[in-house]
Design a binder for this molecule. Structure first.
Ligand code: HEC
Length: 153
């Protein structure tokens, strides 16, 4: 019994050391969080660009492809973006402004606006009402810009 509980203690100590080392490593840089949030942004941009090009007539309008991009963009916007923005997680590889953590409630609201706008576009994207599609796409673009203007370099 005695030996058992001693090795248990030892195991506990080793585990503790490992986990404090891990948290130390993460406290010093936010590389993983920055990569995560930029990855989501890349997926948003990946889908936004061809939809914009179709609406501007730069490439032929393809309803199925447009609807697919709208759906994927809504999916990407439904990911937990905010977990990629822990407090004061800026860094050399990031364009995030420190203002994000001065008014995180507003940042969250701007993210909620993005989610609502991407949902609204996905709803009309596979339909035939071009005016509705254009309006919803415009609102989505505004949701991107509103956040970038305030919080991205
Ligand atoms: C809630 C705020 C917010 C919204 C909404 C938002 N972005 Fe961003 N975006 C950011 C921030 C902050 C950065 C900088 C992230 C970093 O570098 O750490 C960024 C960066 C980017 C980047 C550059 C990524 C990189 O690797 O440097 C792209 C592309 C992008 N956003 C596209 C979009 C598109 C397209 C939309 C709308 C569909 C959008 N974003 C909506 C906050 C937002």
């Amino acid at each position: 019994m005695q030996i058992k509980s001693r090795s248990f203690l030892l195991l506990g100590a080793v585990t503790l050391t490992a986990s404090s080392l891990t948290s130390l490593a993460y406290a010093e840089n936010f590389d993983r969080e920055i990569e995560y949030r930029q990855s989501i942004m890349h997926i948003l941009g990946w889908n936004m660009k061809p939809m914009g090009a179709m609406l501007k007539g730069k490439i032929p309008f393809d309803s199925a492809s447009f609807a697919r991009h709208a759906k994927d963009l809504e999916t990407a916007a439904s990911l937990d973006l905010l977990s990629g923005f822990p407090e004061d997680s800026n860094g050399d590889d990031s364009d995030a402004r420190p203002d994000i953590w001065l008014d995180f409630a507003d940042f969250k609201q701007k993210f909620a606006n993005l989610q609502a706008a991407s949902k609204a576009l996905n709803k009309v994207a596979s339909g035939t009402d071009q005016a509705k599609i254009e309006a919803a796409f415009g609102d989505l673009g505004k949701a991107c810009k509103a956040c970038h203007k305030a919080y991205k370099d």
